[in-house]
Structure formats: C-alpha cells, structure tokens
Ligand binder design. Structure first.
Ligand code: ZN
Length: 494
C-alpha cells in the first residue's frame, strides 16, 4: 500500500532534495521506517536516542495530528498523505471568532477625511462604520520590523489601526532590502524603527506609531505587551518566538503568528481563549543549529510578503471580532510549488503554558530553554582555544600559511560555494558528510581537519558527526562571514 510523505524544506538535504517520497506501510510507524531506512540521515532528525519521535517534529495524516489518532500505530489507507511538520528556526478547540477587544470600549468617531480614506472598508457590511471605529480603537504590537513586520505594519497602517507599536533594535542592512519593504536603499545603516515610523506615517499620518527601541526579553515583554490588543509575531528565532508565545498566553493576548523558511511559511492565531498556543504545536524547540536560520538557509523575498499579509489579515479580523480566524488551524504555504494546505490544531490540556495545570506561570530564560548557552567570557584566548573544538578565522589563516596546513572542509551548499570560498577548501555539503566519511578521511590524508560553513552552525554539526564516527575535527568559529570580516574583505558577503 503506497502513500506519499511530504518532506519539508529543512529536511530535504537528507532526501536528495526530493519534496515528496512514496513509501509503503500499513501504519504511520511502518511508513516512516520505510522512509528512514531509505534515507539514513533522516532518522536522527526524526527520532531521539530513545527511539521516539522528537517533540519538535509533528506527523500528520492528511490534516490530522497523529498524537490525536493512534500515534505510530495509526492505520493508513492507500493514497493517504503523510506530512512531516517540523518547527520552522497541537482539548477543546477555541472559537475561531474571538470577541473584539474594543467591544467593551467607547469607540472613537471618524472624521470626514477618515470616512473618505476608509470608504472601501465602510461599504463592506462586515466592516462598516462601526468596524472601522473598532480598527481605529485597536492597538497592535509588531514584534520586529523585518520581513514579516514590514508588509504587516504597512497594511495595518493603511487599514487605519489606531496604534501600531514596533519593537526592534536593529539597523537596516543591505541584505534586508530583498524582502523588508518598509526600508529603502537610503535607509541602510539607519535604525529600523526610525525608517519604519517614517514610512508608516507617510502612508497614514492618522495612526500613532509607538517605537520600542529594545531587544524583547523576559524582563520587558509583559510590560510592553500589556498595552496592546493583538501581538503580531514577526520574530526570526526560536527563543523570542517561545517568549512571545508565553507572554501572550500569560496576558491573554491573541498572537498573530507567522514564520518563514526558504520557500515555506506557516501562519496561525495562538493564545486566544480556549484556543491552542505555539507550545501546544511544538512543546519544545529543536536543538540549536538543527533548523538553520533564514540567514543560513535563505528565504524567497516575496515569501514574508505573503505570510506577513496573512498575519495582518488575521489581526484585522481579531480587532473586528468577525470572520473565521486561523484559531485551531495551521496554514502551510509552499511558494515553490504554490500550494496552501491547512492542518488542524488543538489546545493540549497538558500544555505547560496554556494547559489545564500550567507549570510555566511566568516568563523564563528562553535562551536556556532553547539550549543557547551564554557566550563564555573570554579570559585567556590562547588557553581557551588550545584543545577546544573550535579555531578562530585568524588561527585558520595562520595554519593555512604554515608548513603543515590543515585539510579545510566547507560544508555549505554548492550555490554558496559559487559566491565565495576560502582558497584551498573542499566542498562537501553537510547533508552528504555522513555518506562520504571515507572520502573525508582519504582527502585529509592524516592532516588536521578544520570545518567551516557560512556562520559556524552547520560546521559545528559536521564536526559532531565526524567525531561520532571517530574522525577528529575542529570547527571554524564564525564561518566564512567572519573570515571575510577579519581576513579577506575582498570576498563578497551574502
Ligand atoms: Zn499551549
């Protein structure tokens, strides 16, 4: 009996870039073992050392989460579609139409200019004059003014959301302009907050923009979130995403969630009354480095435009208290194959944050939760590097010039290798290292093995893999980007 398994982008390096694989099996467990026997490297991404499916990987049969069916023993019919849904960086369902936050407030009046500006909304019976006044009374916090925050904030300002808060501490970089449409070429080097405020006020001077010039943290999140009706999550890392989720659940603020990776995006609405939260879907984060960031993995520029616009759509409906929102549904978007799919989500009664007996009642240390160790204080650089698993780019440069140069392994993808490379390096993409261990050993021919990638994440994984197989290797800290900064600035950065 044959079934299709849809492979998400982060796992495609382990299936030879195939996005769907045909497998046999009478149950989900059999189908997955047929898959992982064919693609060995996939196995350790899906299963922990205890042989159980990892918590940050969800398996769906058609649109149902197998945790609510028979788990691994879930029977399959011919033609069933199995989806692997990893975190990208599932009680009773909540109502898809939560009450509008402005319901209890006195609504502001609209001026004649506003009536004219919003006329296309006013003639929609679902919005109308009262709806537009709810939008004007509404306040939304955009967490981040980047890829997702850009289109979202522009549409919220255009729609007349009365107060739009933005929290960001970053400056505009040239590599942001491919997707972060709030910022222009002339803004490179400026604060994203200032650039964003200018654009939003130019679009609609009638809205209030509140700038929060800070990194969101457990110390400030509750205080900042408290004043807003809806939180729009445009974060690009797991620790902030869990922080946003938990703060929203604790304060009872709906979270218009979106995330993007390469060609794929996800969107949902979390933390409404009775509805699921991000932790119901992904109780724990993936280990650091397993899911590359957009900076490592790339992202199609228009993708955050689609997902951020969906987040803005959900936000407007939340302010109106109308329509059917994504509460209880996870929307998946695949831009490369132009496919939208949706999966059912449920509130998990055992969820540590929104469950019946929550164990997380205040904000925690999210870097620690996500396994990101604090940077150790550098005391004696020479001592710190000796015998450790890492070398700096300066050390790499010195060793390459020495009489006994090391074997330098580059584990990036071929298209990255074409952009820039460190002279003398050998390319074997991370996904192939496991299958080409003997080749690595032969090429190194007894030399010390140093491994690098773009920023150091993938190469750390390659070093761990080599060591597991008895091959000693060291990671080049900071990757080729650090090499370009400190050793060879003539190479192009990407
Ligand atoms: Zn939850």
């Amino acid at each position: 009996m044959s079934h299709r398994v849809l492979i998400p982008t982060p796992l495609r390096p382990y299936t030879g870039q195939q996005d769907a694989v045909e497998v046999d099996g009478a149950t989900v467990g059999e189908a997955l073992s047929s898959l992982t026997s064919r693609y060995g490297d996939l196995r350790r991404h899906l299963y922990g050392e205890d042989g159980k499916l990892r918590h940050f990987v969800n398996i769906y049969v058609n649109d149902d989460d197998i945790r609510y069916l028979e788990k691994d023993a879930t029977a399959l019919k011919a033609g069933d579609v199995i989806s692997i849904v990893p975190s990208v960086a599932g009680g009773a369902p909540g109502t898809a139409t939560p009450e509008a936050p402005a319901a209890a407030r006195e609504l502001p009046q609209l001026s004649n200019d506003e009536v004219q500006r919003y006329s296309r909304h006013l003639i929609l019976p679902e919005v109308g004059l009262e709806g537009q006044r709810k939008i004007k009374a509404g306040s939304v916090l955009c967490v981040g003014a980047g890829g997702l925050g850009s289109p979202a904030a522009l549409y919220l300002a255009a729609a007349g959301v009365g107060t739009i808060g933005i929290i960001d501490f970053d400056t505009v970089d040239a590599s942001n302009l491919q997707r972060q449409i709030l910022h222009s070429t002339k803004d490179v080097g400026r604060s994203k907050l200032q650039s964003a405020s200018e654009k939003l006020l130019a679009l609609n001077p009638g809205v209030k923009i509140v700038q929060h010039d800070a990194a969101l943290s457990s110390a400030n999140a509750l205080e900042i979130f408290r004043d807003y009706d809806v939180i729009l999550d445009g974060t690009d890392n797991f620790s902030t995403r869990y922080l946003v989720n938990d703060a929203c659940v604790i304060l009872g603020k709906p979270n218009a969630y979106g995330s993007i990776f390469r060609f794929e995006g996800q969107a949902s609405v979390f933390a409404t009354k009775g509805g699921p939260c991000y932790r119901c879907l992904y109780p724990e984060p993936p280990p650091p480095g397993l899911v590359p960031s957009c900076a490592e993995g790339g992202v199609l520029g228009v993708l955050p435009g689609v997902i951020g616009t969906i987040q803005a759509t959900e936000t407007i409906k939340l302010l109106l208290g109308g329509g059917s929102t994504l509460v209880g549904r996870l929307l998946l978007y695949d831009a490369w194959n132009m496919r939208f799919r949706e999966l059912k989500l449920r509130r998990d009664p055992d969820c540590p944050v929104c469950g019946d007996n929550p164990t997380v009642r205040e904000l925690i240390d999210y870097d620690q939760f996500c396994g990101i160790a604090p940077q150790p204080a550098v005391t004696a650089p020479a001592a710190a590097s000796a015998g450790s698993d890492e070398v700096s780019v300066q050390e790499l440069s010195d060793r390459l010039k020495s009489s006994a140069p090391p074997f330098l392994l580059d584990v990036r993808e071929p298209n990255e290798f074409q952009i820039c490379r460190i002279p003398g390096s050998t390319l074997i993409p991370l996904g192939q290292v496991g299958a080409r261990l003997n080749e690595v050993k032969d090429l190194a021919a007894g030399r010390e093995i140093l491994v690098h990638c773009k920023m150091g994440g993938r190469s750390a994984k390659a070093v761990a893999l080599l060591k597991e197989n008895g091959i000693d290797a060291k990671n080049v800290k900071g990757g080729i980007l650090d090499w370009i900064d400190k050793v060879d600035p003539s190479l192009p950065k990407y």
